[in-house]
Ligand binder design. Sequence first.
Ligand SMILES: Cc1cc2nc3c(=O)[nH]c(=O)nc-3n(C[C@H](O)[C@H](O)[C@H](O)COP(=O)(O)OP(=O)(O)OC[C@H]3O[C@@H](n4cnc5c(N)ncnc54)[C@H](O)[C@@H]3O)c2cc1C
Length: 228
Amino acid sequence: MEVVALHLKQTETCPEPTGGHRLWKLLDRHVKSRGIKVMVSTPTKELVKNDRGEIIGVIAECEGQEIFISAKKGVIMTCGGFENNQKMKSENLNPKKDIGLLGSPGNTGDGIKMVQLDETALQLTIGKYNHLCCNGVDSDFGRKPDTLKAIAPPYYAMQLMPLLYNTQGGPRRDKQARVLDPDGNLIPRLYAAGEFGSIWGFRYQTSTNVSECLVYGRIAGKNAAMSD
Ligand SMILES: Cc1cc2nc3c(=O)[nH]c(=O)nc-3n(C[C@H](O)[C@H](O)[C@H](O)COP(=O)(O)OP(=O)(O)OC[C@H]3O[C@@H](n4cnc5c(N)ncnc54)[C@H](O)[C@@H]3O)c2cc1C
């Protein structure tokens, strides 16, 4: 950290502001010195491809008009993520609540939508997968050969997502199964067992929940029964 701070420090020989400002100036200087045309307020709407599936340009909107911008070599998409698209965040991040925006308001997932459900890409993917199945070697993901089954239409799709079958959180308890408040004080006549305030936390290993239920259930029951 000291070394970085030393380099970024403003000095008489380096009087300019530091960090992001300096990085931006560097990039901006290169854009200008190379005569790169920048079109602001011109959102890209669509990728355009030729018969061979090659991307040859984009359709963009400029001052209310749709324009075609042809690409000499190709199109580079740098239109950020989807942090300002509530629907995509809900669908892809599975949040418990709405997630707010801290980044760029322009990042509404346009680019992801433009390349989603690309028929050509889907055909290529299936073709490649079937080819790997024929060869019996999955060089992409290393699946076991006996799981490599070629697929043919009709296709069915399903959404895959991580699933959660239980959680370990909750109030802490002591070894007598007595529940503690956030300050670590006993809450009189309150006991807990099992997953509710599980002792495993992030260290959960398969099957330990049930044994915890039994052990702590017994302790809690015994202590509750013995209290006056
Ligand atoms: C608060 C904050 C702190 C961060 N701190 C760090 C850090 O310390 N270090 C680090 O490495 N990274 C950090 N990041 C992340 C980093 O800033 C981003 O990953 C990076 O800026 C992304 O750059 P980008 O060019 O891919 O996209 P962005 O900089 O997000 O730019 C995408 C641009 O595309 C535009 N756009 C969207 N759709 C279209 C469309 N259809 N047509 C035309 N334009 C479109 C958007 O308006 C936006 O201007 C931070 C981010 C935030 C928000």
